[in-house]
Write a protein that binds this ligand. Structure first.
Ligand SMILES: Nc1ncnc2c1ncn2[C@@H]1O[C@H](COP(=O)(O)OP(=O)(O)OP(=O)(O)O)[C@@H](O)[C@H]1O
Length: 522
């Protein structure tokens, strides 16, 4: 549905008159002085952040009743994706006699060199005694980390498998989300980030690829604030996340990495959901950075006043002006008018039905993942170095990064985190754009949004009006790799593994027939 070419790309910022240039007081020269990037506490003073890092290992991750779970207990099924740090593979757990469980127990296996979680001691005095940090990180909208083990210098994280794939795969199919749909996903993401913040963890890496969907269509954030080291990039990997344990105290205490960076990223995701592209993106790294640091925010006219107001407040370049940067963290965002129809308690308890239904056909159905990965023969060797070629546009995936983070990155030696990912610029109804131009596109979207809302007998702010179903085609999973059995711990304990489930409800097609970027529902 969304295989349009660049011919239909929209340059919102160059649309003279049809978009609103937000030229208010938020304009912020990020390189004026580092002092302006500091986050301020309720007392008006900069926060002194003393970070502690917890390294992930079998000791810190595995439940105490699980003594030894090793690599030999997993059979690799398929490659799901590659990030800047390593691979993520679909893996099936075997019992102690190397037989498969029935029903199958599927996990996502992430292979890294090292991973830590950095958290602010000030915020976590009450949890510091905890041995198992994962108990603290556990949240309905954050991926579960079940086991960790190390072999050959590689750290294996055995994560909950999320068969719904990336939220933005679904967004690409839809073109854009209506505001009611967007508020559902943004609300779940917000709750996950708010939870991490209460633990003193800043997520920092909120971007489309890290927002996945579980089998029912609820959000799960991957990475839960991990600081990672790649298995393939040598001894030290400098990333915007930062390998915190090598940093000098004065770097760790730099306050450019306040919680506000996550609320900026939420704003950038919101903009992408509602307009089809990130707020600031250029054709290369330099231009993207430049736009994030200096370009005015442009808002298309079809956005409601509520969405417009929230975007302006989240995408404030100066973090101390940004909504959410204050001591109340997420609270003022939750009470913003954009979320006026959101019952936060219902949302947290998953009592709101997800707008997109995940229709996978079997536990092994990986068709919601990119075939450029799933068609490869999977193995857990290090990532191919060619994906880190310096010639690629390493900033394509970083249009969600807050200005303060970019400024800090510019002062540090830095290596790409991942291969290129083009910003989404595809729209459902290319003919509409061709015939009516940008204005027609906006009008049609606004009209369609209104029509759908009316049809539902509902206000556009409401969520949960009958799920859209994304039907995953049935396809054989290729490339089983049963050979990669490595020496590791032996004998598994009573693993409380989650059982892979595909029960996303009935599977009915609702694709096609989109008008003006809006999806028809059955
Ligand atoms: N739990 C999971 N279940 C299913 N797929 C996953 C899971 N975790 C990650 N993936 C897939 O693997 C891809 C790469 O994962 P991820 O982004 O976590 O890697 P990374 O090395 O941490 O990358 P980066 O930090 O650069 O984003 C994701 O975009 C997603 O498609």
């Amino acid at each position: 549905m969304s295989n349009m070419t660049g011919a239909f790309d929209l340059e919102l910022t160059e649309d003279g008159g049809r978009t609103e240039d937000v030229s208010d007081e938020e304009y912020f020269e990020a390189d004026e002085s580092s002092g302006r990037q500091q986050e301020y506490g309720g007392d008006g003073l900069p926060n002194e952040e003393i970070m502690e890092t917890i390294e992930l290992s079998a000791q810190t991750v595995n439940p105490s009743n699980v003594r030894k779970i090793g690599r030999e207990r997993f059979e690799i099924i398929s490659l799901l994706g590659k990030g800047g740090y390593g691979k993520v593979l679909l893996a099936e757990m075997l019992d102690e006699s190397k037989s498969k469980y029935d029903p199958p127990r599927l996990y996502a296996m992430k292979v890294l060199k090292k991973a830590t979680i950095a958290r602010n001691q000030k915020d976590t005095a009450h949890t510091r005694a905890e041995r198992n940090i994962l108990e603290a990180v556990k949240h309905p909208f954050i991926v579960d980390l079940h086991y960790a083990f190390q072999t050959d210098g590689k750290l294996y994280l055995i994560l909950e498998y999320l068969p719904g794939g990336e939220l933005f795969t679904h967004l690409e199919r839809e073109g854009i989300f209506m505001e009611d749909m967007a508020s559902f996903y943004l609300g779940e993401i917000l709750l996950a980030i708010e939870h991490l913040h209460t633990l003193g963890v800043i997520y920092r890496d909120l971007k489309p690829e890290n927002v996945l969907l579980d089998c029912k269509g609820h959000i799960k954030l991957t990475d839960f604030g991990l600081c990672k080291e790649s298995i393939s990039l040598g001894e030290v990997t400098h990333t915007f996340c930062g390998t915190i344990e090598y940093m000098a105290p004065e770097i760790v205490q730099r306050s450019g990495h306040g919680k506000g960076v996550d609320w900026w990223s939420l704003g950038a995701l919101m903009y992408d959901m509602l307009t089809g592209q990130p707020p600031f993106s250029g054709e290369n790294r330099k231009k993207t950075i430049d736009k994030i640091l200096r370009a005015k925010l442009s808002l298309p006219p079809y956005l409601t006043n509520e969405a417009r107001a929230l975007l302006k407040k989240l995408l404030k370049k100066n973090p101390s002006d940004r909504l959410g940067s204050g001591p109340d963290d997420a609270a003022p965002i939750k009470s913003h008018m954009f979320f006026r129809h959101t019952n936060w308690d219902d949302l947290l308890n998953k009592r709101i039905e997800p707008p997109i239904k995940i229709g996978v056909t079997s536990a092994y159905d990986v068709s919601l993942f990119d075939t450029k990965f799933t068609k490869q023969t999977p193995c857990d060797s290090p990532v191919d170095m060619t994906v880190f070629s310096p010639s690629i546009n390493i900033f394509d995936g970083f249009t969600y990064v807050a200005p303060s983070v970019l400024t800090e990155m510019a002062t540090q030696p830095w290596i790409s985190e991942r291969g290129p990912r083009s910003p989404r610029k595809s729209y459902k109804n290319e003919s509409l754009l061709l015939n009516n131009g940008l204005e027609g596109f906006y009008q049609a979207n606004a009209a369609a949004a209104h029509a759908i809302a009316t049809q539902r007998g509902n206000h556009p702010g409401h969520v949960n009006q009958g799920p859209t179903t994304v039907v995953a085609s049935s396809r054989a999973v290729n490339g089983y790799d049963t050979s990669a059995q490595e020496d590791m711990d032996t004998s598994g304990g009573a693993a409380a593994a989650a059982t892979a489930s595909t029960s996303g409800g009935g599977v009915t097609s609702s694709q096609g027939g989109a008008t003006g970027g809006v999806h028809h529902r059955p």
